[in-house]
Ligand binder design. Sequence first.
Ligand SMILES: [Zn+2]
Length: 190
Amino acid sequence: MKADHALEKLIAGNQRYVTHQLVHHHQSSSRMRAIATGQHPFAVILGCADSRVPPEIIFDQGLGDLFVIRVAGNILDDAILGSIEYAAEELGTSLVLVLGHERCGAVAATVKHADIPGHISTLLNAIQPAVDRAKDEPGDLLDNAVRANIQLVVEQLKSSMPVAELVQHSRLKIVGAQYKLDCGTVEVLF
Ligand SMILES: [Zn+2]
């Protein structure tokens, strides 16, 4: 599936979700059996682990449709990059959608310079460059930092080999989007 069509499918599914017209397709036992021996997901979603933003539900998709990677703050690391490369190179997925969301707790903790013990600091260190980028912008710092974080991850993906090469050859498209917690809408930003 071409990337533009994949994006249209996601947007159409989100419209069904927002307007309470979910079709729940690809969630039957026959679909389960049909894809038991192979997968061809049409989009990669790199989303936040936040319990309020489950990609299959907010895009009204089912089994075998989405290759979902979730981590607090929708950040990148080498394991996540490897997962994206696998989907693009081995499964033929043509679209990566980086999905941030309003009032993200991981971004909020970074904005507050929270001193949190353990491995949470790994997340905050990854998000800090987005907060630095947003801090001089007018408006709400958290809102701006959430958007900057999405933009930064899109940029990091586009400059990382071999993803960058796939993008250059039009085999992969990368977009950034934000989920709105109050209304359920996914807005494509970048
Ligand atoms: Zn979040």
